[in-house]
Every structure is written in C-alpha cells, then in structure tokens.
Design a protein around this ligand. Structure first.
Ligand SMILES: C[S@@+](CC[C@H](N)C(=O)[O-])C[C@H]1O[C@@H](n2cnc3c(N)ncnc32)[C@H](O)[C@@H]1O
Length: 270
C-alpha cells in the first residue's frame, strides 16, 4: 500500500524519526527533539522523491548504505539556512565603530562560520570595504563556511533576488552588486575578499588561525549545551587576543563556560 503513496504522504514512525535524529546529531550536532516530525517530513519529502522511494524504511536503507552519500544529503536537507543581509544590524555597527578601529592596521581574518547562502559574509565584506580606507594595502580576508553544500553553492554563486536585496542600502547595492533581468550578483570588490569552503563545525578545522573576528550566529541554537560548550572553546582557541566572537541574539553564552569577556548582547571579546 505504502508504495502507492507519494513521498509527502509517507508515514514517519517514531523509530524512524529517532534514527534520523540520531544521525543528524552525530553528523552535524543538530538536535531534532520530539515535535519536529512535521519539519522532518516536509524537508525530506524531496529526498524521498529524488531517490524514488515511498517509505522512510526504504529511505533509511539508502541512508545507512555507507557507499552512498544519502546521509550527507539528508543532513543537508535538514539544515535551516535562513539568513539575511545586515541581519541583527547592531552587530555590523559594532564591527565598524568599535571592532575595526581596535584591531590596528595588520592583517585581518574574519570567519563567518555557518554562512548559509552567503548574505552574512557579503555584509561583512561591505562593512570592511566601507570602513577600511587602507584595505587595498592590507591583507584582509573573510572565510565563509557551511556544512550545507546546497546553501554553500548558492553563497558561491553570489546571486540574490530583489526581496533579499531590500535589506541592502541602495548606495551599497549600486556600489557592490550588478543587476540583470533576474536579480543581483555580488561584484569583484566583495568576492575578492571572501573565500567559500565546506566545513562541518563538528569535525577537524583545517585553518590554523588566528582570526580577529568570528561570526557564528544562529547556528549554535540548533546544538545541545555540550556541543555549544566545545564549540565556544574551539572558537576561543582560534581567536587572536583582543579578537571578537559574535553569536546570534537568541544564543547567549549563559550556561556555557568560556574565557570571553561579555561586551554587549551577543558580542564577546577574548
Ligand atoms: C540559520 S543559518 C545562519 C546563517 C547566518 N549565520 C545568519 O545568522 O544569518 C544556520 C547555518 O548553520 C549551518 N550549520 C548547521 N550545523 C552545522 C555544522 N555542524 N557545521 C557547519 N554549519 C552548520 C546550516 O547549514 C545553516 O546554513
């Protein structure tokens, strides 16, 4: 009977939901607590269709097959990639007015950890371009990483529709993007500053650092306390003394032990 159902109608049993939650937690650190069943069904319906299976039992067989990469596809489909240009704008005012003047004139490394579709690293790049008159003479780079290859492919393409671009002031839009019939493309002044790379925050990090600034916003909210704790320690290790960590406004570090100094909501200094 179930093979006659469309993938969106496939029944997700409690055991299957638990198994999916276990895999997503092991691979990406993401929690899928009870109550997220309908989210899982809506996000995975496309994967079931793509793989031509009509039940979660059949789908999980593909996921368990270590020779395929369906586990990675499944985790990717279950990530939440919502983001915006100038999201939580107080952070970018603080970056421009307080952080950049405090860092001197040496090389500058900024990491957007969990950059989703790229609005955050491009916002950082616009702030750097606007705020650093000596940028051309300095070694300045923004690293933008995400676990989701789907989101990262969009970030790398650097193309955005009118709705996304509404958050970008028109003077910056004109300075840093080109427009064609379908949307806007980030231009070389921004793209030359940003390097995109896939990276799972739960695994080894190939970068040695140090970074002067790390943005990890609206990512840790999906992790449990122990995972947040480990991650915040690793960010601390990778930051230069005097460097800054920005987290999402819904993600205070209360309950997490850390060596940072609290500066203002969702901003911490080493
Ligand atoms: C809601 S978006 C946040 C985007 C941006 N930082 C912002 O605040 O607008 C969260 C991103 O974290 C990524 N993510 C989740 N778990 C991750 C992990 N273990 N490693 C790397 N990225 C992860 C997701 O793929 C997603 O793109």
């Amino acid at each position: 009977m179930s093979t006659l159902l469309g993938a969106t109608d496939a029944r997700l049993g409690a055991t299957e939901f638990r198994e999916i939650g276990g895999i997503v937690h092991d691979v990406a650190g993401i929690r899928l607590p009870p109550g997220k069943e309908s989210l899982v069904r809506s996000r995975l319906a496309k994967r079931l269709r793509a793989r031509g299976v009509a039940t979660y039992a059949a789908y999980l067989e593909l996921v368990r097959d270590a020779r395929g990469d369906e586990a990675a596809e499944m985790v990717d489909a279950l990530t939440t990639n919502k983001t915006d240009f100038f999201r939580e704008p107080a952070h970018f005012d603080f970056l421009r007015e307080r952080v950049l003047p405090s860092l001197g004139t040496g090389s500058l490394r900024v990491w957007s950890a969990g950059c989703a579709t790229g609005e955050e690293p491009l916002t950082i790049a616009m702030v750097l371009r606007e705020a650093l008159p000596d940028l051309a003479r300095r070694d300045v780079r923004v690293l933008a990483t995400d676990l989701s290859r789907r989101a990262l492919a969009r970030a790398t393409a650097g193309r955005y529709g009118d709705a996304a671009m509404e958050a970008v002031p028109s003077v910056l839009r004109r300075a840093y993007f080109t427009r064609d019939g379908v949307g806007w493309t980030a231009g070389p002044a921004l793209r030359s500053l940003v390097t995109y790379a896939p990276l799972n925050l739960m695994r080894e990090w190939p970068m040695r650092g140090p970074f002067q600034v790390i943005f990890c916003r609206n990512v840790m909210i999906y992790f449990d306390r122990a995972t947040q704790q480990r991650l915040v320690r690793r960010f601390h290790d990778l930051l230069a003394p005097g460097g800054y960590l920005f987290v999402g406004h819904a993600e205070s570090l209360s309950g997490v032990q850390h060596g940072f100094r609290y500066v203002q909501p969702a901003v911490y200094a080493k």
